[in-house]
Design a protein around this ligand. Structure first.
Ligand code: AMP
Length: 281
């Protein structure tokens, strides 16, 4: 497996692959890898001749006062994990390599990015779309792999690929959870033991909603109120949002029917965590 830190070197390494007619799968990450990331890498390994994992803590998707500087980083450990999950190349550029200093161009979207996380993190998806576009142009993958954990991100990327005619298949993989239900996240490392315990309320609230819907409940407001009630019962949790939306358009739905996304964002202490479930009703 190759560790590559410049765009030029990566493009050259991939040129050979492409000339030999090999398919390329890309797994974009911000590193500090866990089983969630590894599930994407393994899936990419099964479906492509060559697998590239990018590891880049992207400054443009962090807002003022967010955790860009403290975001956990461990390239040695990540590289080892990529190797054992079957990656062929790790692309880990520095911020100065990824963005030329006087870069003034961004990729942006209307509507879809204003809701859910976009409402609490203005500019976040502009940063995501810009870096993903750059990665798509640098790697030119046949397939790119994203986790359902960031459900809005997948919806935004799918829409961007459609609207801007990227010839890339977007593949979504399910959320990988800890044994007790907490969705895996690099940010879980921020949690103090008491907070880690309190964070369980997030998946518990979602599972409760899932059960109620499976049991026949169809009132969106009712389910949403139950989620809010459950999360509010945990003193260390502060709700950012709980929404029941159409899984593709991300618009609120009153009657639960079709492809439904139930998404929540909660602050536990200073750590903002997101989670969701998707259901076909
Ligand atoms: P990140 O490093 O947090 O930017 O995540 C990189 C990719 O891994 C994104 O597509 C995430 O949705 C995905 N991912 C993160 N956590 C999980 C998880 N628990 N299960 C599945 N995919 C995940």
């Amino acid at each position: 497996m190759k560790l590559i830190q410049t765009k030029q070197e990566l493009k050259e390494a991939l040129k050979g692959e492409r000339q030999r007619g090999k398919t390329v799968g890309l797994v974009p990450t911000m590193g500090y890898l866990h089983e969630g990331h590894l599930s994407l890498i393994r899936k990419a390994r099964q479906e492509n001749d060559s697998v590239v994992v990018s590891i880049f803590v992207n400054p443009t998707q962090f807002g003022e006062g967010e955790d860009y500087n403290t975001y956990p980083r461990d390239l040695d450990r990540d590289t080892e994990q990529c190797r054992s999950a079957g990656a062929d190349m790790v692309f880990a550029p520095g911020a100065g390599e990824m963005y030329v200093e006087d870069s003034i161009t961004y990729v942006d979207m209307n509507g879809l990015t204003d809701r859910l996380c976009g409402a609490s993190r203005p500019g976040h998806f502009r940063g995501v779309m810009t870096v993903v576009t750059k990665l798509f142009n640098i790697v030119r993958p046949d397939r790119a792999y994203f986790g359902q954990k960031d459900a809005q991100q997948v919806a935004v990327i799918r829409r961007m690929v459609r609207d801007l005619d990227f010839n890339i298949q977007i593949i979504e993989a399910p959320i990988v959870r800890e044994e007790d239900g907490l969705a895996m996240s690099s940010r879980n490392t921020y949690l103090q033991p008491r907070e880690r315990e309190a964070a369980l309320v997030i998946s518990q609230a979602l599972f409760l909603a899932e059960q109620q819907i499976a049991g026949g409940e169809r009132r969106g407001d009712f389910i949403r109120d139950k989620i809010i009630e459950k999360i509010s019962s945990q003193p260390l949790a502060r709700l950012d949002y709980a929404e029941i939306v159409d899984a593709a358009a991300l618009t609120p739905i009153r009657v639960i029917k079709g492809s439904v996304l139930i998404a929540v964002a909660v602050k536990i202490g200073r750590t903002r965590l997101i989670d969701n479930i998707k259901m076909e009703v």
